[in-house]
Design a protein around this ligand. Structure first.
Ligand SMILES: O=C(O)CCC(=O)C(=O)O
Length: 289
């Protein structure tokens, strides 16, 4: 059993998390929320922000861009969504989902990354299979009884009901064992063991950094839209900001502020920060203060 402080997961979810390494939650967002966020992403893509810069920057790095492809069904991979709308801030600790995050990860966590990905329908993209967190994290796996290092929630804003529709594709159990990654056998969404997940707009997938996963090609004829939120243990670095995200604090609740690095003593760093949490950490995360 995991040493949890809260009990949001059912026994079946706990087992699926430990064995398969991911969860699928139905109806995490309501139909109205799906419409709202979908339209919001259409507006976000017309604004400046962080996007990949292939050819200029290596994979995983983002550059400031004037806008993404203006076509609402075109590719977009926008990072650091929180400044665009209060709804993105409020999604950080959305009750039902954040309860699961706390149950899985414990209370000593921070928010790490927000991202919106639109996978255009195209014959040009073969899919992409990876672990999260770059080269070093790739070789770090925790056991079934450990807290995860980092966990992502991926909210589907589009129905994905057929294979090769940009499905989130997982290799169940791969978070626990070495994975065959060789130049001659580059992991891909069609190799043995791959499970392309189906889901409805509003569903969410929850997965740890160590599971091999990624998008399938999208040849469905329609774009696949998602929002991704990442949480990590407090002693790790966030992806989207280098210190406390002070510019957002006025728009946040105390819990959201803590998740964005407000340790209660201003923006300055002190030795020990992020390793030893403030005394109210557990109560604040649980929502009891
Ligand atoms: O499905 C996608 O577009 C990418 C999701 C993914 O692999 C990730 O967030 O790490």
């Amino acid at each position: 059993m995991l040493a949890n402080t809260t009990r949001a997961l059912t026994e079946a979810q706990r087992e699926q998390w430990a064995v398969d390494g991911y969860l699928q939650l139905e109806g995490a967002l309501s139909p109205a929320e799906v419409d709202f966020f979908s339209q919001l992403l259409d507006r976000v893509r017309l604004q400046p922000g962080y996007e990949p810069a292939p050819g200029k920057l290596p994979r995983g790095h983002y550059a400031w861009a004037d806008h993404a492809d203006p076509n609402p069904d075109g590719f977009m991979d926008r990072r650091d969504l929180l400044t665009y709308h209060q709804a993105f801030i409020d999604l950080i600790d959305r009750p039902r989902i954040f309860d699961l995050i706390l149950d899985l990860m414990g209370p000593y966590i921070q928010f790490s990354m927000s991202q919106a990905i639109v996978r255009a329908s195209t014959d040009m993209f073969p899919g992409y299979t990876h672990t999260d967190g770059g080269e070093a994290q790739k070789s770090i796996r925790v056991s079934e009884t450990s807290r995860p290092l980092a966990v992502k929630v991926m909210y589907l804003l589009t129905d994905v009901t057929e294979p090769d529709s940009g499905n989130f594709t997982v290799f169940p159990g791969s978070h626990l064992r070495p994975f065959p990654e060789r130049q001659s056998r580059i992991p891909n969404p069609h190799m043995p063991g791959a499970v392309p997940l189906l889901g409805k707009a509003g569903d969410a997938y929850v997965f740890p950094h160590a599971i091999w996963h990624g998008p399938s090609p999208n040849r469905s004829g329609k774009a696949r839209k998602t929002i991704l939120y990442n949480y990590c243990q407090m002693f790790m670095r966030a992806y989207d900001f280098g210190g406390p995200y002070a510019a957002l604090f006025e728009r946040c609740t105390p819990r959201q502020r803590r998740l964005l690095g407000d340790l209660g003593h201003g923006p300055d760093f002190r030795p020990g920060d992020f390793f030893y949490a403030p005394e109210d950490q557990e109560a604040l995360m649980a929502g009891s203060i």
